[in-house]
Design a protein around this ligand. Sequence first.
Ligand code: F6R
Length: 617
Amino acid sequence: MCGIVGYVGPQPALEVVVDGLARLEYRGYDSAGVAVLDGGTLQTEKRAGKLANLRRALEASPPAADGIGIGHTRWATHGAPNDVNAHPHVDGERRVAVIHNGIIENFAALRVELEERGCKFTSETDTEVAAHLLSTELKDRGDGDLAAAMRAVCRRLEGAFTLVAMYAGDPDLIVAARRNSPLVVGRGDGENFLASDVAAFIAHTRDAVELGQDQVVELRAGDVRVTDYDGAPAPVREYHVDWDASAAEKGGYEYFMLKEIVEQPRALADTLLGRVAADGTLTLDEMRLDGAELREIHKIVIIACGTSYHAGMIAKYAIEHWCRIPCEVEVASEFRYRDPILDRQTLVIAISQSGESMDTLMAVRYAREQRARVLAICNVNGSTIPRESDAVLYTHAGPEVGVAATKTFLTQLAACYLVGLYLAQVRGHKYGDEINAVIGQLAHMPEQVEKVLGTVDPVRALARSLAGADTVLFLGRHVGFPVAMEGALKLKELAYMHAEAFAAGELKHGPIALIEDGLPVVVVVPSREGRGVLHDKIVSNIQEIRARGARTVVIAEEGDEAVRPFADELVEIPAVPTLLQPIVSTVPLQVFACELALAKGNDVDQPRNLAKSVTVE
Ligand code: F6R
């Protein structure tokens, strides 16, 4: 949600900043802007719409000077996505430029105060308040100390923000601050970068510095200085990014999403790699929760949003089955508002690809205040949610740039299965050989996904044939239900179609009234093995909807002859154990949504109104 880039060094700043924005555009893409500062000259350019609009404006009238620079891609919160509301924002004298990610909650009161002091506002944004506040603070101080002014301003702000500022009075310096919003510094040789995500500077350096909560960083070409809001030196974590720029490029695919779907076998294999010790036991090195703590747990609560929530729903089936611990799953945005019952023996599992979703972060903080132990499942090293949790299990999907989650979902599933098995091992709910058997099955999943990817061409054709449909329904039972929900979510966000998922058994309690002639209904059929009764029930459900005119698209195990007579379209997936089936059954649904959206001419990497990392509540 909003991408931020800053650069101080000998390279042409504008070029570095705009290239960085291109790598961050997935974070927000309703407008973009840059500011460059050379000597005392501050110049800005900003445009509504995608980065291409800004590039065109910069080509048509390039800034006369180029020294240090900051840039921003926006996902609007306050004020429409137009040229005026785009960042950067400047003060009345155009001496200070500011970009911002997040929401300044007390901006209205601050705006009134600033207007009383004579500040003239040009935009409807909360961000402009920060530009005027910095400017008045600098005037009041009279010493030109931008970092000190930033600290004073941050102490007055409420809400969540990353703020980045430049000041014509100190043209070699960028100052940034963060609270509840991401910010990372890239250390180069005689140059330094900052961004909301390492992807912005990975082409220049893989040495990163993670900023903590309520910290201010001063960035000069040869120096990075970090302090807290009171000016005291602050501790930071330095780390080396373990992927390079090529991982965040399209690699010959037209869209990142297409590449990321194909990368799923590799991502799964990487997430499963190195989890079994020489003695055959499962070891989760990053867990940081010892066996005694895990044995005390009497309840698990999984919190997450969107696709990650669907991973959590699937995890519940596996964890309760393997560990016999009660497990609840809740959307993070609702969690803390219902006064949930938590204690020291509750394990909260927070699933977040980005590690930055504000809803999940707030739920994590609430859980920790209630003394629950929190385990994060996350794909982004050093992001806020794992940092604020007691333990973390990283998925190793590599960077996911397409806004719709694909490979991170499959790797979240793998991570959830590992957690379930680990708990079963530590708590003695399963014998070692039973656990090893499941680990062996998991180890085969990358090749099973590869197999699915090799057979999805008919799914593409089917998707194209349905591009004119108004509604698609999705049905599933057991772990197939969250898979159906994930299929519907993908279709909504990518194809902008009405798509809805139901537990197949619920259909007869109301939604069956929606079925009419030719309505496409996708049905995820459970494995015949182990849960035979579910399989038979869903075959009946398929017959019920078909009798009422539905066009049935059935996703079932290869060789499942029982469903064939009732499937208008049959999508076969490999036969795998019931609990692991979501890993294979999700893939055709991703392909289906992606292809249907492409057939409608949509941009699947940057669907309208969305952003990759949702850092507001
Ligand atoms: C859907 C999607 C979103 C995210 C959700 C949570 O394709 O990507 O629904 O799953 O915004 O994001 P994370 O996992 O980063 O917390």
